[in-house]
Write a protein that binds this ligand. Structure first.
Ligand code: PGA
Length: 251
């Protein structure tokens, strides 16, 4: 049985005061980490504050990082720096980074390798634009992302990886993929992993759905056999909603 993982992606939201208010509100209200992984992926500026105050059932993640350990890369943050803060997760290859900041599969593959080296669990985002959903090329696109992004990882690393299937047409648009489309695509991703790394890795890897997940649709999504969790943007910003979303994943 795969443990569910519910991760909030705060994107470029929340000042320090707002982040602290959130963490104090959720800390004693999350289910046991033995049952579900509850994660908040926050801006770099509040990571240390959140790690210091995270309750026993919450873990903190970053939303991006460089693949090098240090160097002349103005404005970047390294895996060593995240590890030294006590961060547990890092989102890699979010579509906003791929589309707006020219993040390539080659960079994603190096980032995944570097994350494992520094004890960070990566959440790799894959997914298609509306055009690719409509013209049927989404399978080739997603298989290609998986092959290229995972190519530096060992099977042991792949089974610990979290993949988030995020159809770009469903992010921040209010349009959720139907539970059937979401499950079908997460199942397709699991089959790709099976073809590349074998049955046992495919059974262990956790695959999330992301894109307009909210308190009203999470139960239907989580009821699907191939969906092991959710990566949630807008709806993860309110403490009360985040608690509801995590609890719903256990139903
Ligand atoms: P959304 O964002 O839940 O606001 O659609 C999801 C994401 O971008 O990870």
């Amino acid at each position: 049985m795969r443990k569910p993982i519910i991760a909030g992606n705060w994107k470029m939201f929340k000042t320090r005061d707002e982040a602290l208010e959130f963490v104090y509100a959720v800390n004693n209200n999350l289910p046991s980490i033995d049952k579900v992984d509850s994660v908040i992926c926050a801006p770099f500026t509040v990571l240390r504050d959140l790690v210091k105050r995270q309750g026993e059932n919450l873990r903190i993640g970053a939303q991006n990082m460089h693949f090098n350990e240090n160097g002349a890369f103005t404005g970047e943050i390294s895996p060593v720096m995240l590890e030294s803060l006590g961060v547990s997760y890092v989102i890699i290859g979010h579509s906003e980074r791929r589309d707006m900041f020219n993040e390539t599969d080659e960079a994603c593959s190096k980032k995944l390798k570097a994350a494992f080296k520094h004890n960070l669990t990566p959440i790799l985002c894959v997914g298609e634009h509306l055009q690719e959903r409509e013209d049927g090329s989404w399978q080739d696109l997603i298989r290609g992302q998986i092959i290229r992004d995972l190519n530096l990882l060992s099977s042991d690393e792949v089974e610990k990886l979290v993949i988030a299937y995020e159809p770009i047409w469903a992010i921040g648009t209010g349009k959720t993929a139907t539970p059937e489309i979401a499950d079908d695509t997460c199942g397709f991703i699991r089959t790709c992993i099976k073809d590349l790394y074998g049955e046992s890795v495919a059974e262990k890897i956790r695959i999330q759905y992301g894109g307009s997940v909210k308190t009203s649709n999470i139960e239907a999504l989580m009821a699907q056999p191939n969906i092991d969790g959710a990566l949630i943007g807008g709806a993860s910003l309110k403490a009360e909603d985040f608690i509801t979303l995590v609890k719903a994943s256990l139903k």
